[in-house]
Write a protein that binds this ligand. Structure first.
Ligand SMILES: CC(C)(COP(=O)(O)OP(=O)(O)OC[C@H]1O[C@@H](n2cnc3c(N)ncnc32)[C@H](O)[C@@H]1OP(=O)(O)O)[C@@H](O)C(=O)NCCC(=O)NCCS
Length: 155
């Protein structure tokens, strides 16, 4: 596949199975997460079925096969006095990396967020993910002084 032989569009429920596979690849490298197809499928369905405060985008090759994805969700930021977007689930098929697909996906998510009135976007990355670090730096994302914490609410 040559550079640019792909397109990015909004994901539909028909895309969930392949997207869940891609998330499996992502969670295999992110130490805070474990792949669980049922949960990823349920999460993707929730995201795709919402349309005002969340969106999922996929990159497709010339045959229509999904080769990358991103999700984006809004929260209200009191710091901004406006919505802030949270970018998650950025992954490109291992065979087609370094062809601009990741950049196009993140740009699609940010365009969507701007269109909702969001004035900031944030994301989390595994601290040992050197490729992601280089990728986001290249795209102009700034480091912050924040550190993530979490707690499980499962019974
Ligand atoms: C991170 C990832 C999404 C990048 O996707 P991609 O389609 O390869 O990225 P792009 O081709 O759009 O890269 C844009 C620029 O980012 C930088 N970049 C991307 N991957 C890089 C890498 N592995 N090492 C160094 N720089 C990199 C380069 O400057 C690149 O431009 P160039 O190829 O012209 O030099 C992809 O490597 C991936 O899916 N990794 C596994 C999942 C993951 O880690 N996701 C991020 C979770 S936070």
């Amino acid at each position: 596949m040559k550079k640019q032989q792909f397109r990015v569009d909004r994901a539909s429920t028909a895309d969930i199975e392949r997207m869940a596979d891609l998330l499996g690849e992502l969670f295999a490298i992110e130490r805070d997460f474990a792949a669980d197809g049922k949960r990823q499928t349920a999460g993707l369905r929730r995201l795709i079925e919402r349309d005002r405060d969340a969106a999922a985008f996929v990159a497709r090759d010339a045959t229509g096969s999904i080769i990358g994805m991103v999700t984006v969700q809004l929260v209200v930021s009191t710091a901004e006095g406006a919505p802030s977007a949270r970018i998650e689930d950025v992954v490109v098929d291992g065979d087609v990396r370094r062809r601009g697909i990741g950049r196009a996906l993140v740009e699609a998510a940010l365009d969507w967020a701007r269109g909702t009135g969001a004035t900031r976007a944030q994301l989390l990355m595994d601290t040992s993910n050197a490729a992601a670090e280089a990728f986001y730096a290249r795209l102009g994302w700034e480091k912050t002084q924040l550190a993530a914490r979490r707690i499980s609410l499962r019974k």
